[in-house]
Design a protein around this ligand. Structure first.
Ligand code: NAD
Length: 462
């Protein structure tokens, strides 16, 4: 089947390559020429990296490009003309008030409508699929925007994406489920054909209305975000009472009804949970104002924002003041196996430390580009950037620092060479924002150690 995917970010690029991998003929489109050039240069062997870091994606893209099932262009007209199914996979960032900014989606819908007005001997019929995460009822907006531009026949299908960064290729090749929202039998049957190869992988395809499908995505992410905030609330209580959340968990997790997001941390980040829960709050405030339901969802965000602030007061208390002191930060991606730093605990931590007058030496295994870009856009941070250095080695980062803050559970940080870390640090102090180290070992190694869900350890300052 001929497919066009508009937007080649974390979702569009991976999903486009996954469709090509099951033998569809895919054209990926982006408005950023530099991105398309980058992708083409990678495929032609002129460079080694893709615009995003995602395990196994380079192989998937290259193999399917070589088999001529995947190509990249900025020409949306050509892509729409050739395709039967057109996916919209552009960004839907949050507006100031928490609502989703649908400008990219709207613009693409208009562009698709215009591109459908080509000469054809046979009647033109297309399926336009929203893959982007969009608020309930957006399918109507997409429909109206396309209808403003063309008289040709089309249907709008809502097909939310559930991939998780860091395992996006696995998720797209074998999705947990495929949700197809349409009330139109013809569109449903074509979507069934598109996804047929996934049925052989025992993936269930669920058909429902557009509005059902749109809400599935928000409900799923809100369930997961609620688990994270509840986990952190329980971990904080454990620490305060001198209990070890990891031990408590051993008991809690035995109940199969308890979810997966049970490890304590510095709150959820990334490009999805924070913005999607805020968008749900925006939708709820319109349709369920003044209800406990709304307050309940609001509390998820409130707890998460408080969780992000968990370490700074404890760091300041420990040092009395951090002004002029150098601290190391390990990790700026919002989770391991991705380079995405959107709403990450690491970037947040760097900002807080810089604003308090500290010098920061940071290391991120996936590279410093994204974090530096985000930080350089922040007007409040700009004047402090001279006190930030990114280094390309985790041990170099801790050299002459007063302590190290871990914000992501990259494998490198789980079992560092403690002897070396201790030798390089000015003072052996670790703030572990992901509870990945062992407090007993920290005491034995002679570190002062602070975590999220375990009592403080004073292995150095006895
Ligand atoms: N990242 C995730 O883990 C994830 C998971 C599930 C769903 N989603 C949702 O999928 C959508 C895309 O997310 P993402 O992380 O891939 O975003 P992204 O910002 O990484 O990529 C979006 C791409 O769309 C392109 N674009 C914007 N306007 C365009 C236009 N008019 N024409 C062509 N290209 C255009 C941008 O240049 C960019 O390359 C969002 O709605 C997001 O909420 C994301």
């Amino acid at each position: 089947m001929r497919v066009a995917v508009i937007g080649t970010g974390y979702v569009g690029l991976v999903q486009g390559a996954a469709f090509a991998d099951v033998n569809h003929n895919v054209t990926c489109v982006d408005k950023i020429k530099a991105k398309i050039d980058h992708l083409n240069e990678f495929c032609e062997g002129k460079r080694n990296d893709l615009p995003i870091l995602e395990p196994d994606l380079p192989r998937l893209v290259k193999e399917n490009y070589d088999k001529k099932r995947l190509r990249f262009t900025t020409d949306i007209n050509e892509a729409v003309k050739e395709a039967k199914i057109i996916f919209i996979a552009v960004g839907t960032p949050a507006n100031e008030d928490g609502s989703a900014n649908l400008n990219h989606v709207r613009n693409v819908a208009h562009d698709i409508g215009k591109a459908m007005n080509y000469e054809s001997e046979t009647p033109i019929y297309k399926i336009i699929v929203t893959k982007s995460t969009v608020p309930p009822m957006t399918y109507k907006m997409v429909h109206d925007a396309i209808a403003e531009e063309t008289k040709n026949e089309f249907d709008v299908v809502s097909n939310p994406e559930f991939l998780a960064e860091g395992r996006a290729v696995k998720d797209c090749l074998r999705p947990s489920r495929i949700v197809v929202g349409t009330s139109n039998a013809k569109a449903a049957s074509i979507m069934d054909e598109l996804y047929a190869p996934f049925k052989d992988r025992e993936v269930s395809i669920m058909f429902m209305s557009n509005i059902d499908a749109e809400i599935v995505k928000y409900a799923s992410n809100t369930y997961l975000a609620a688990q994270v905030s509840l986990t952190n609330a329980m971990a904080n209580l454990s620490r305060e009472l001198g209990a070890d959340w990891r031990k408590v968990l051993e008991g809690v997790k035995k109940d199969a009804r308890v979810g997966r997001f049970v490890y304590a941390g510095l709150g959820f980040g990334g490009s999805c949970f924070p913005k999607d829960v805020r968008e749900l709050i925006h939708t709820m405030s319109q349709h369920r104002p003044g209800t406990a339901d709304l307050e309940y969802v609001e509390m998820i965000v409130k707890q998460n924002e408080a969780q992000k602030e968990l370490f700074l007061p404890r760091i300041e208390k420990y040092y009395n003041s951090i002004e002029g002191k150098k601290l190391a930060v390990w990790g700026t991606a919002f989770k391991p196996e991705t380079d995405d730093t959107r709403e990450s605990a690491g970037v947040h931590m760097i900002k807080e430390l810089l604003l308090k007058g500290a010098y920061v030496s940071a290391y991120e295994p996936s590279g410093s580009e994204q974090a530096m870009f985000t930080l350089s856009l922040d007007e409040k941070i700009k004047p402090h950037l001279s006190r930030l250095s990114f280094v390309s080695d985790m041990y170099e980062a801790v050299k002459d620092a007063e302590g190290v803050v871990i914000t992501v559970e990259w494998n490198d940080f789980r079992n560092p060479d403690f002897l070396q870390v201790k030798k390089l640090l000015k003072k052996p102090v670790i703030f572990d924002g992901k509870d990945i180290l062992n407090p007993r070992q920290m005491k034995e190694e002679g570190f002062d150690y602070f975590s999220v869900g375990r009592p403080d350890v004073l292995g150095h300052t006895k």
